[in-house]
Design a binder for this molecule. Structure first.
Ligand code: PMP
Length: 309
């Protein structure tokens, strides 16, 4: 077992290779135009360290195939969700990993026929050990980005495409240059949409609120998880509606959610402190519930888990 990505094994077009041997031609459509789609999936080790569970794999694979469909990728018949799932289990086992992982699955337009070509489609699956992000901080300092979130009539945020991250990159560079950890996008209607690689929630008047799925967001699987457990376990109302920028400034709690960031408290926005920079009760409860479910300790949500071993 290794933590060095260079020594790890990748599944590339169904073959198991050392990751440095999984190469593509520089003239391919993916390399030239960034025409690719992907997913990031977490796997969690159980407390007894005997089992590894992929979290909400079915939903990630559904979104991956929808992203490919929206960009009209010509997938061959063999490349279906069951096949990709089996390849993912195999490549994690081949690496022998028994620790928390982040698995990246990508489909890309191979061949050199240019930006409008539909194939051939290549794929890869790479599991990498990954723990918590921003672990050294109580929460992160955000700004409202001056960059607008992409929208469905130009480049759809519903598609999890590599090229969509140009938008996130612009906002991240700006946030860093101005001394913030991270940015929050407004959409073309000047309402809050999402973080750079995460969805956003606030607590206002004891209600949990998040922008709707049509407010220029990625249809986040963690967002869906949080809505379900807030209703089921915390018995709280969850509103999916427009959020004004100034509502965030006066919210009781603000947090970001996503596969990579999991549940991440926001301690300030545009230097206005949220909840005196402390992690709020709702955020804390959702965080505990999330990890409990992801590690297989909640019998209600076993259908969200796929066993790797
Ligand atoms: N929005 C964006 C732009 C993202 O990149 C991500 C990360 N995939 C999310 C939201 C969160 O989505 P998920 O919970 O499915 O990881």
């Amino acid at each position: 077992m290794s933590n060095n990505q260079n020594n790890s094994l990748i599944c590339h077009n169904g073959k198991v290779l050392p990751v440095q041997d999984a190469t593509i031609n520089v003239m391919t459509t993916t390399a030239q135009y960034g025409i690719n789609v992907f997913e990031g999936i977490r796997c969690y080790l159980t407390n007894d360290e005997k089992q590894l569970f992929a979290f909400r794999l079915k939903e990630h694979l559904d979104r991956l195939f929808n992203s490919a469909r929206l960009l009209r990728f010509n997938l061959n018949n063999e490349t279906n969700p069951d096949y990709i799932k089996n390849q993912m289990v195999k490549i994690i086992q081949a690496n022998g990993y028994k620790q928390d992982l982040y698995v990246k699955i990508g489909f890309y337009v191979d061949g050199t026929a240019g930006w409008s070509s539909n194939g051939p489609i290549g794929f890869f699956i790479l599991p990498t050990p990954k723990g918590r992000v921003y672990e050294d901080k109580e929460g992160i300092e955000c700004c409202i980005s001056s960059w607008m979130r992409i929208n469905d009539s130009a480049i759809s945020p519903r598609i999890k495409a590599g090229a969509n991250y140009l938008n996130s990159r612009m906002a991240f560079m700006e946030a860093k240059a101005n001394g913030y950890d991270y940015g929050i996008f407004l959409n073309h209607q000047q309402k809050v949409s999402e973080g750079l690689g995460a969805c956003i929630f606030m607590v206002r008047d004891k209600k949990i609120v998040t922008p709707s799925k049509t407010s220029s967001v990625l249809e986040s699987i963690t967002r869906d998880t949080i809505i379900a457990i807030a209703k089921e376990h915390l018995k709280m109302d969850v509103e999916e509606r427009d959020i004004d920028r100034t509502e965030l400034y006066v919210a009781e709690e603000v947090f970001l959610v996503g596969t990579s960031v999991e549940i991440l408290p926001v301690v300030s926005i545009d230097r206005l402190e949220i909840n005196s920079r402390k992690i709020g009760d709702v955020t804390q409860s959702l965080k505990s519930l999330y990890f409990n479910i992801a590690k297989g300790n909640d019998s209600v949500y076993q259908n969200w888990l796929t066993s790797i071993y």
